[in-house]
Structures are given as structure tokens and as C-alpha cells.
Write a protein that binds this ligand. Sequence first.
Ligand code: OAD
Length: 245
Amino acid sequence: MEVLTAAVDAIRKQKPRKIVVLTGAGVSADSGIPTFRGQGGLWRNYRAEDLATPEAFARNPLLVWEWYEWRRSLVRDAEPNAAHRAIASLGDALVVTQNVDGLHQRAGSQNVIELHGNLFRARCFRDGARRDAVEAFAELPPHCACGALLRPDVVWFGEMLPEGAFARAGHAVHEADLLLVIGTSGVVFPAASLVSLHDGLSIEINPQLSALSSACTFAIAAKAAEATPIIVEAIYAGTDRGSTT
Ligand code: OAD
């Protein structure tokens, strides 16, 4: 594939050291987790207004929780794929993800900014106190010890990103020598605007053209699990990062 070869050449020439990886649902598609907008995407079958807004939760917390418990069970049964693992092997890279599935961390990435929260945390609807919520809840909707409802600790439409997350991500993207953009349609803001903060080498991996393809130096039309290990291998070649294996 010509674009992949050209991207590998560019990496070998530039020898990037500061790397940021921006990911979306497509990086987990190869683990069997549905995306939002593509074929079989969640927003093709469900209405975000009914399931992923504070108003939807206020109206029907049980419906919202049933949907999140289903998504949580899908992710629990899934495994990180070759793309997650290759990204994790770049130990000092920053991963900025829109995903709430925690698969980057399960693959071993330690430096992860979760722009949209995490499915396996919940927070008190009254005082916002967060808690881990790895196991399925015995009863839905779940309640906090204080008696108030718990809600998933994710960002819903119309809500702010976690405090400081965007600023930290933006600073790192601006400073990076290489930005990898993997598996995002690039239509949800402010996450999508991060790409415009970078003016160096940027490489997209996505089987389809996205809203960010033309902003990237190279747009590789391939699945994340196929192309990411090749790109990561190129990053290792010619640097003193050691081996990926
Ligand atoms: P989308 O579903 O909008 O886009 C997924 C992208 O992944 C598409 O561009 C696909 O072409 C691409 N894709 C599909 N399979 C792939 C594969 N095997 N390898 C690589 N790419 C693949 O998901 P996001 O861009 O992550 O927000 O969506 C952003 C946000 O919109 C989500 O975080 C979520 C959603 O509504 C909230 O819930 C707040």
C-alpha cells in the first residue's frame, strides 16, 4: 500500500520522539466493540437523545443503565487488539482517547487521557463522588451509599469534558513530533479540534475517509489492528526505544 509505505518512510526519516495517539471507537472495532456512526454503529440503532444525555437519565435512569450495562458486558468480554498492544508498546507516548472502554489501559498503556470518561466508573448523581464499578450491578439503576442514584462516569452530549483533560491533551498535541489519529470519524468536538493544534507529521489510520483525513499528512486506508503495528515498528526502527517485542 503506497500511503503506508510513504508514512513509514516519513517516520524513519524524521525519527519522532514525542508521540501522541488520538483514538476513537474504530481502534476497538477489531476487538468486536461497535463504533457509533459506521455500519452497525450504535447511533444507527439507538437515539443518543434517549440514552446519552443528562435529560435522558433524568427521564429514565433504568433504560440508560440497561444500555450501559449491555455495553459494559460487551467490553468485559472483549480483549485489546493488536492496535491497542502496539500503542501500549510505545511506553512514553500519550494516548488521548474518546473511548470509554478502558482497552488501552488493559493493553498496558499507562499515559492515557480519557476525554469521554470510562464505562467502569460510576459517580453519585448528587455530589459527583466517583467510584470504580468494574462488576455488573446487582440491581439497576444502581444507588450510591448516600441513597442517590449512581450514573455512569462518562461524558454525555451537552456535558463538559473532565476538567483539565482537553487542555493537557491540547498542550501535548501541540508539542508532539508525531500525531497518530486512529479510528475516529472526527465529527465530535472538542476532541476533533485537537488535530488542528498540531503542525508536524500526522498519520491517520482508518479504513474510511474521515473529517480529519485531509488535515493529516498521511491517511492510511486500513484497519487499526493491521496498520498500527507497522507504524509502531517504523517508530522503533532508528530510535533507541528498544524492541516492541
Ligand atoms: P465513530 O463511530 O464516529 O467513528 C468511528 C471511526 O472508526 C469511523 O471513522 C470508522 O471508519 C472507523 N473505523 C471503523 N472500523 C475501524 C477499524 N477496524 N480500524 C480503524 N478505524 C475503524 O466513533 P468516534 O469518532 O470515536 O461520544 O466518535 C466520537 C464520539 O462520538 C464518541 O466518543 C462518542 C460518540 O457519540 C460520546 O459518547 C460523548
